[in-house]
Ligand binder design. Structure first.
Ligand SMILES: Cc1cc2nc3c(=O)[nH]c(=O)nc-3n(C[C@H](O)[C@H](O)[C@H](O)COP(=O)(O)O)c2cc1C
Length: 197
């Protein structure tokens, strides 16, 4: 691979790794696009893991949310990251799989704070129509955290969405000329080429 292409890929990996350490980093959240019955659906999610070697990255979700059903019908996704400090956009596409109630989701669940676990304890499925306002966390825990034991009921709703990516569209904006590179990952081989910005 051309030296400059490799440098950009290394830079992107560094942005991901920085985002995992720093919750204020712009790459910490990304837009996650699915499609359902030929209609696009995009929402914000939090980056929870990135593994360049395995070509995967993760976010967490609630199994009851509509995006999980959408992914079971069509697992092709696109994720969009943008860092305004350096004007870098990465559009990453691939296939998503949903991990639920296994060893891996259990060890990930154990890394969540009790406060975050409250999001998986709500009585309603995310996106359910409500007759009146409800925060969708149990009343007892609206203003205090559950204990580890009390939060266990949320585990059945917790999923890790793992994206296996096969394409990255990297764009960097600059006055002297924008730079755009497409990376394709097929059978662990990476091919790359310039594309028009
Ligand atoms: C800053 C921010 C971070 C979010 N992080 C997540 C997340 O990590 N996982 C998630 O399922 N929803 C997250 N959400 C909520 C989603 O954007 C979305 O509203 C919800 O998941 C329902 O999506 P769906 O109806 O398409 O399934 C986040 C929202 C915001 C504003």
């Amino acid at each position: 691979m051309k030296k400059e292409f490799q440098e950009k890929l290394d830079y992107l990996t560094k942005l991901m790794s920085d985002a995992l350490k720093n919750s204020k980093h712009s790459f910490r959240i990304f837009s996650f696009g699915t499609s359902h019955n030929s209609r696009p659906n995009v929402r914000t999610v939090v980056l929870r893991d990135f593994n360049f070697k395995n070509q995967t990255f993760d976010c967490h979700s609630d199994i009851r949310s509509p995006k999980i059903k959408e992914l079971s019908d069509n697992n092709l996704i696109e994720a969009m990251f943008y860092c305004p400090d350096n004007k870098v956009q990465a559009r990453i596409s691939g296939k998503a799989k949903v991990l639920h109630e296994n060893q891996e989701t259990m060890s990930r669940w154990n890394t969540l704070t009790e406060s975050s676990k409250r999001c998986y304890m709500g009585p309603y499925s995310p996106s359910d129509k409500l007759e009146s306002y409800h925060p969708n966390i149990p009343e007892d825990f609206q203003f205090k955290n559950p204990t580890k034991k009390e939060s266990e009921i949320g585990f059945k709703n917790f999923v890790v969405i793992r994206i296996n990516f096969d394409k990255i569209d990297y764009l960097e904006l600059k006055y002297s000329g924008h730079k755009r590179i497409q990376f394709n990952f097929a059978n662990k081989e990476v091919s790359s080429n310039w594309i028009a910005p």
